[in-house]
Design a protein around this ligand. Structure first.
Ligand SMILES: C[S@@+](CC[C@H](N)C(=O)[O-])C[C@H]1O[C@@H](n2cnc3c(N)ncnc32)[C@H](O)[C@@H]1O
Length: 301
């Protein structure tokens, strides 16, 4: 675990800091709190009570998002067909061995996680789970073509630290796997990601900013191919983009990350985008921030 540092977050739940990516796995406000606010609440899981659903968790990490998801689905008798993509087995080994993590969940969640760690799969009458280890850009191709997901969680490190999973090309692969009414959910409110998803024809929404910091203007993004207006109006956790967020998509910050071969190095993806931004006529995000009275620290990744 030399490449990680343990982090105790403010809600009393544990997380990790990656010394390779130089970034925490979770907000210091709380690992569990972040999962609930940014992924679980907007998923509106009661829609799947006594029903079946397909879920894809990209960048599984310690597994908070899926543990929290399973915890709810077990209690409401849902049937789950679940896939996850993750490059590193150590975060799961760490969370499975941690008492603070273990005590958060229904025993079945830990049984599933143990099986994923040992065999990469789990199966019973209501759950079928597969975790595909390796670079998500490669492994996503191994998910059977006919499976379309009702929920896709995208929880990589920030685009500046791990641009590989935020490129047009990778997001195109992800979007192809989304059910027409499915939700693609990410904590990121980056203009580069939102613009790409909108250009693919998806409707994009902003996750309500209810985490403690007053400076935060969004808790992330939900993208949906075919919006069911009834479902949208009853979801209290996300809303249409504000005029400020719309304007963000017209700035240089909306220039996408590119990786045509789905194999580029992070440094090259960042450099290519920086060059494209330099030669672009779009408004700078500095001007946009100035207009809306924001500092750089107010910007979500
Ligand atoms: C922010 S953490 C995820 C947190 C996680 N969702 C949780 O609940 O603990 C990002 C994760 O992305 C993984 N990752 C980084 N690059 C990846 C890649 N190219 N493919 C798949 N996973 C990757 C890291 O190993 C790390 O576990």
């Amino acid at each position: 675990m030399s490449e990680f540092k343990e982090v105790l977050t403010k809600d009393g739940t544990i997380s990790l800091r990656s010394l390779v990516f130089h970034e925490n796995f979770h907000s210091l406000e709380g690992a569990l709190k972040e999962t609930e606010i940014k992924f679980i609440n907007p998923s509106d899981l009661k829609r799947f009570k006594d029903k079946s659903l397909n879920v894809l968790d990209i960048c599984f990490g310690l597994g908070y998002n899926s543990a929290s998801l399973f915890n709810t689905l077990i209690r409401q008798n849902s049937f789950v067909n679940w896939y996850a993509l993750e490059i590193d087995k150590k975060p799961l080994e760490y969370s499975l061995g941690n008492k603070l993590f273990q005590k958060l969940w229904h025993p079945k969640v830990l049984k599933i996680f143990k099986s994923l760690s040992q065999n990469s799969t789990y199966k019973d009458q209501s759950f079928e789970c597969h975790i595909l280890w390796g670079d998500a850009r490669e492994r996503i191709k191994n998910i059977p073509e006919n499976i379309k997901f009702d929920l896709i969680y995208l929880d990589g490190f920030s685009p500046q630290k791990c641009p590989q999973i935020w490129t047009i090309e990778f997001l195109a692969e992800v979007t192809r796997k989304l059910n027409p009414n499915g939700y693609l959910i990410t904590y990121s409110s980056s203009a580069a990601i939102r613009k790409v998803l909108r250009n693919f024809g998806l409707s994009i929404f902003s996750i309500n900013p209810i985490l403690t910091s007053k400076k935060l203007w969004s808790n992330g993004t939900i993208a949906i191919k075919k919006i069911d207006e009834k479902g949208f109006h009853s979801n209290l956790h996300f809303k249409k983009l504000s005029p400020m967020e719309e304007e963000h998509l017209l700035t240089k910050a909306s220039i996408p990350y590119r990786d045509p071969t789905l194999s580029a190095k992070a440094k090259d993806i960042i450099e290519t985008r920086a060059k494209e931004q330099l030669f672009s006529n779009l408004k700078t995000s500095k001007k946009w921030r100035g207009k809306w009275g924001m500092t750089k620290s107010t910007l979500n990744s």
